[in-house]
Design a protein around this ligand. Structure first.
Ligand code: HPA
Length: 241
């Protein structure tokens, strides 16, 4: 048991999909996993383990924002020996290179958070995705004709950004989407020498104002979960680089 995850480590798989919303965790487990068993409900942050194509996989909600995600990711890596976490979330689009319904493959995650200041002091660390997971997810998506758009994410601490000017500068530097979690996930995976990847469907467009229906968003989200789960299956068979 760890402080915020009320489960024994053998109840949690080495691979974890991590949506922000705990109800999404339940929906993913019930829709895609065989024999899902709930292992966590501390503070309503639901976690489940089941199997997908014969591979044990867990799904654990992270809550919103880097401090919340960091609690769950830290406990999964440090206390439950989790080897890889794939964030399956949503983001806002910052660039006209992406549209709503696209799925961004988060190559790196910039942040305005001060979370890494005590860790790296004056150095601005560059949180990045695991290369093998990036490559595998990209291959899986291409084979399934579910294109991913590789690019940077911006993990902000402020959903209601008081200074939107910075996001246009970030877009000029190849940052495609804004979320609130990926940078902390990538930093913690690096700390514990584990793997992490963030996949984010574009739920809203900050430049064009474009939106999609709830139904379309759900369909795209489902495609993204399939890419994440198939990537886990392929990772299970891949040697550690
Ligand atoms: N900002 C931050 N996080 C988000 C957004 C956004 O516009 N959309 C989805 N996650």
């Amino acid at each position: 048991m760890s402080t915020h995850i009320g489960a024994y480590s053998d109840q949690i798989a080495p691979y974890v999909l991590m949506p922000g919303d705990p109800y999404r965790a339940r929906w993913i487990a019930e829709t895609f996993l065989e024999d899902p068993v709930q292992f966590n409900d501390v503070r309503g942050m639901l976690g489940y383990t089941g199997t997908y194509a014969g591979v044990r996989v867990s799904v654990q909600g992270s809550g919103m924002g880097q401090p919340s995600l960091a609690i769950y990711a830290q406990e999964l890596f440090a206390d439950h020996d989790v080897q890889a976490i794939i964030r399956v979330g949503t983001c806002g689009a910052l660039s006209e290179r992406v549209s709503v319904r696209d799925v961004i493959l988060g190559v790196a995650a910039s942040t305005d958070s001060a979370m890494n200041v005590p860790r790296f002091r004056h150095v601005s660390y560059a949180p990045a995705a695991d290369f093998d997971l990036l490559r595998i997810a990209s291959d899986v998506a291409e084979e399934k004709l579910l294109p991913l758009v590789p690019g940077g994410l911006f993990s902000t601490d402020q959903f209601y950004d008081p200074d939107p000017a910075v996001t246009s500068t970030l877009a000029e530097y190849g940052v495609l989407g804004v979320d609130m979690e990926a940078a902390a996930l990538y930093t913690l995976a690096a700390q514990f020498s584990r793997r992490a990847l963030a996949l984010c469907t574009v739920s809203d467009h900050l430049v064009t104002g474009q939106e999609t229906s709830a139904h379309e968003r759900q369909e795209t989200f489902e495609d993204m979960i399939v890419v994440a789960l198939e990537s886990v299956v392929r990772l299970e068979g891949a040697p550690r680089s």
